[in-house]
Design a protein around this ligand. Structure first.
Ligand SMILES: NC(=O)c1ccc[n+]([C@@H]2O[C@H](COP(=O)([O-])OP(=O)(O)OC[C@H]3O[C@@H](n4cnc5c(N)ncnc54)[C@H](O)[C@@H]3O)[C@@H](O)[C@H]2O)c1
Ligand SMILES: [Zn+2]
Length: 252
């Protein structure tokens, strides 16, 4: 690219270089390669410096999944289920019965998961509004990932975060209690965790949430599921600290 300095002279590269996505993990295919969020990690947390810069195009070849380790397939499924909960009940249905269903329907699952993200990103490319729904499970998830010193993977943290968000939704009467059980079962059948690991202090998770870059006006803004295929966003908690601490201590 730098051999061709015509673009450089014209300022093209000062605005970022064009790039193409070649995702090789399920997670990258269904989520990270789409939407143009780029980022680098800082000591304070992951992805804290970044810009929106979409790829020119993304090439998806499912053959790469054949060599993907099982743990990484599982991590990808956390984001795929997230997309089902946000906007596609049929996608969730294909994922909720465990691995046999996933293996039998992998092409459909990948296509549907991509479609959810693309639709949301196209409607709000710079996350001014409804793109925030894609952060379902991430306010808790990012903090758990960080406090665990990244021993908890991103996918695991997202699964735990989605269950915490669902518990919160049930407490706030935004969701039915059976939704919580339903989601715990779906994640468990895909070998994903549903509780923060033992030994992590809830206060540390809470403090980790405070540096979440999505925090605005001094309050955390939550994305909470109300039913499969429907989520609310921008929800603030009246007694934030107390509510979160009691939620993180719940083990039933
Ligand atoms: N930018 C975004 O919008 C966005 C969205 C979701 C997640 N993310 C970020 O994405 C990251 C996770 O992405 P990831 O799961 O692709 O991580 P990754 O690139 O670290 O891949 C996970 C592991 O799988 C291996 N691997 C990948 N493809 C393989 C293949 N085909 N065969 C064998 N091994 C393979 C990698 O070497 C690595 O060890 C997280 O840090 C998360 O924060 C970003
Ligand atoms: Zn994620």
């Amino acid at each position: 690219v730098v051999n061709d300095l015509t673009g450089f002279a014209a300022g093209t590269y000062l605005r970022g270089i064009r790039w193409v996505g070649l995702p090789t993990s399920l997670l990258a295919m269904c989520d990270a390669s789409l939407g143009g969020k780029t980022g680098i990690d800082l000591p304070q947390g992951k992805n804290l410096a970044g810009v929106f810069h979409s790829p020119s195009f993304v090439i998806n070849d499912p053959i790469v999944l054949e060599s993907l380790p099982f743990t990484e397939l599982r991590n990808g499924m956390a984001e795929v289920i997230k997309h089902g909960i946000i906007a596609d009940p049929q996608l969730f249905e294909l994922c909720r019965h465990g691995w046999n269903g996933v293996y039998q329907n992998v092409d459909t699952i990948v296509r549907r998961a991509i479609a959810v993200k693309v639709k949301i990103v196209n409607a709000d490319p710079f996350e001014k509004d409804e793109r925030a729904v894609l952060n379902l499970g991430h306010t808790f998830g990012h903090a758990i990932e960080k406090v665990s010193q990244y021993r908890v993977s991103h996918g695991e943290a997202v699964a735990i975060g989605i269950i915490l968000a669902t518990r919160l939704a049930v407490r706030l009467d935004l969701a039915e209690k059976n939704m919580q059980e339903h989601l715990i079962k779906a994640f468990s059948l895909l070998n994903l965790p549903t509780y923060p690991p033992e030994g992590i202090d809830p206060v540390e998770i809470l403090d980790g949430m405070a540096v979440d870059k999505k925090r605005t006006s001094g309050k955390l803004h939550f994305v909470l599921p109300s039913s499969i295929g429907d989520v609310r966003w921008g929800i603030e908690l009246p007694d934030e600290r107390k509510t979160i601490l009691s939620l993180l201590s719940e083990r039933n």
